[in-house]
Design a protein around this ligand. Structure first.
Ligand code: ARG
Length: 258
């Protein structure tokens, strides 16, 4: 399927959380053009899973945008500054999960098809590469360390999104610590998973939605979660909540066939 193979490639930025897109080449940025407002506005993150397909969160599309309002940018480190080697696509089609529940964010998943004249869309480069979908039976041990990335806010109450891509390291919480009891009584379903930094440092925040939670598995970077919701950002002992991608492998396959 396309020129893109998902493969592991890990280099981390030490001593800081700013990151280069080359370390998160599957990370997409989704922009929207509003009818009355000039310019392209950052909407959400996305995750490239093959040459022409990207995952994101359903709640990003609640306004019901038409496909020609959306743009997907790959290979860009700085949120608002175009780069020479970036790859930019229009959206041919997008599907929001039919049972997305905007009350509790259950089924917070969407799939976007990139538009291209050729058979392939994104081309593999040093800054653009797909992440792998997990094998159906994959069970990662509790507390496995995984990675998140995004242009979201640095702080819960910050008025601005981050100008620069950032990365964070979070661990997969046991299911017993991913319940309403730990998340201010909000509904937590088994299609969600929790991850957090046990040192209470790293977490996703507003603007990171739709972006990846990826974990190293054998020789690959697997998309385990989609950044979905949280209570504030990086609060002590409160994990971030992610769409549990392995529950949607059939949905992803079926939607790509449509
Ligand atoms: N819903 C947020 C967004 O729209 C993502 C929040 C994730 N929050 C968290 N603390 N993990 O960008």
């Amino acid at each position: 399927m396309g020129l893109l193979a998902c493969r592991v490639r890990r280099y981390r930025i030490k001593g800081g959380s700013y990151a280069d897109i080359a370390a998160h080449p599957w990370r997409a940025a989704i922009f929207v053009k509003y009818h009355q407002v000039p310019g392209e506005h950052f909407l959400c993150g996305g995750i490239l899973i093959s040459s022409c397909w990207a995952l994101s969160a359903a709640h990003c599309f609640e306004e019901g945008f038409s496909t020609n309002q959306l743009k997907i940018v790959l290979g860009r480190t700085s949120r608002a500054t175009p780069e020479e080697n970036e790859q930019k696509f229009q959206v041919k089609n997008y599907t929001v999960h039919q049972r997305f529940d905007s009350e509790n964010f259950n089924n917070d998943i969407a799939l976007l098809q990139l538009k291209s004249d050729a058979e392939d869309c994104a081309v593999e480069t040093g800054t653009v590469r797909a992440a792998c979908l997990p094998m159906p039976e994959l069970q990662l041990p509790d507390w496995t360390e995984c990675e998140i990335s995004g242009y979201g806010k640095n702080e819960e109450f910050s008025p601005f999104y981050s100008e620069h891509l950032k990365e964070g390291h979070v661990r997969l919480f046991p299911a017993s610590r991913c319940t309403a009891q730990y998340l201010e009584n909000r509904t937590v379903t088994d299609s969600m998973l929790c991850a957090g930094d046990t040192r209470n440092l790293d977490d996703a925040c507003k603007g990171d939605s739709g972006g990846p939670l990826v974990c190293v598995k054998d020789d690959r970077m697997d998309v385990i979660g989609i950044i979905s919701w949280g209570i504030g950002c990086g609060r002590k002992d409160i994990p971030g909540v992610y769409t549990n991608v392995s529950r949607y492998l059939d949905w992803i396959q079926d939607t790509m066939k449509l």
